[in-house]
Design a protein around this ligand. Structure first.
Ligand code: PMP
Length: 368
């Protein structure tokens, strides 16, 4: 018997192998006599866990040497303040608003800097992404912010914009919380990327920041020291006590990712191939059905978060109850959008998407 399939948008499913290993090591990590939660972050044992996790992530995501990897706390919403505190230098910022999360980001940044909306998908109800060729970029902007996968609205950039080609020298800041490690990243187009861990990396409480070195060292005086990227980088993310257990679990997830293969592909490339297959199966079924609908333009659809609606919304509760009874959990849509949402992150296997599609077909036939 397998565990139920968990479609939560986050905190989300963790690979079962990781949970089993963590359980086995809970009381005694590698003969140290200590559980990981009980270790000093400055001790030899935890430092080895930390260094392995960082090296594995750098390898998996092919992070170039001129980027620092920071393990912080505060989640995506704290980064909405921490990024402008570090990168705005008192200047103006450009935001591309493509859904609920980039909307929140631009609102928060207004506390620290002057904000312009360079492009917005709002007129389409966030069902399409504004074409980068139409973005109104300010050549003086300190950075351009985009959320590359909108968890609530289910839109995803299939390629990162090339700001240089659009006439801007500003660094691109991406919130990649909900698709980190699901596909490769073109770092040549990125200045800073941040992600809360609780979707594809591990437990809530850990925040990943990948930042180009030349962007460090310009924090506003009011920036809390524990959130000054340079201070964090200079102290190997141990200026303050880092979220040690979350880093350990993320490290196990990174090792799990490294073990994944798909034909000749391995690691993130294997995950990407699997994620493409999962998304194709689910969207293909929805598009061919009479009962379900996804409103996102096909070329903007997220591989990770699939919002969908029943054309007859009076059946929503029956749909969710039947899903739960079949071990298909947490399919209720975000309150701001309604309907359903299937989050199909790395840890959710193709068999889980197949089980969902089988149930959706059965439900449709039953209620025809
Ligand atoms: N950005 C994105 C894309 C998200 O999906 C989320 C959480 N769902 C956040 C930011 C906010 O993250 P947190 O709750 O960890 O602050």
């Amino acid at each position: 018997m397998h565990r139920p399939y968990n479609f939560s948008a986050g905190p989300a499913a963790i690979p079962e192998e990781v949970l089993r290993q963590a359980a086995a090591e809970m009381l005694d990590w590698h003969g140290s006599g200590m559980g990981v939660m009980e270790m000093s972050h400055r001790g030899r044992e935890f430092i080895s866990i930390y260094e392995q996790a960082e090296a594995d992530l750098r390898e998996l995501l092919a992070v170039p040497p001129q980027f620092k990897i920071l393990f912080m706390q505060g989640g995506g919403l704290a980064e909405n303040a921490i990024v402008p505190l570090n990168l705005s230098r008192g200047g103006a910022l450009d935001f591309v608003v493509t859904g609920g999360w980039s909307q929140k980001s631009q609102q928060e940044a207004r506390k620290y800097a002057s904000v312009r909306i360079a492009a917005s998908g709002e007129a389409s109800g966030f069902t399409t992404l504004p074409d980068p060729a139409t973005w109104q970029l300010d050549p003086q902007a300190a950075y351009v912010h985009a959320c590359t996968n909108e968890t609530i609205h289910g839109v995803e950039f299939q390629r990162l914009p090339d700001l240089k080609a659009l006439g801007s020298d500003a660094p691109l800041v991406i919130d990649f919380s909900s698709h980190v490690a699901s596909r490769p990243v073109d770092w040549s187009r990125v200045g800073l990327a941040f992600a809360g861990a609780q979707k594809n990396l591990g437990p809530a409480g850990l925040t990943l920041v990948v930042v180009r070195e030349d962007l460090l060292g310009h924090a506003l005086p009011a920036c809390p020291s524990a959130f000054d990227y340079k201070t964090v980088a200079d102290n190997q993310s141990m200026y303050n006590t880092p979220p040690t257990y979350a880093i350990y679990i993320a490290g196990l997830v990174f090792q799990w990712l490294k073990r994944q293969t798909d034909g000749a592909l391995a690691g993130i490339a294997a995950m990407e191939a699997r994620n493409i297959a999962k998304a194709k199966l689910l969207y293909g079924f929805i598009d061919g059905s009479q009962l379900y609908v996804n409103k996102v333009a096909p070329d903007c659809r997220s591989r990770m978060n699939v919002p969908f609606f029943l054309r007859d919304e009076s059946r929503n509760d029956a749909f969710l109850a039947g899903a739960k009874a079949r071990g298909l959990l947490q399919l209720k849509g975000h309150k701001s959008v309604g309907g359903m949402r299937a989050s199909i992150y790395n840890a959710l296997p193709l068999a889980g998407v197949q089980a969902l599609v089988d149930y959706m077909r059965e439900f449709e036939q039953h209620h025809a």
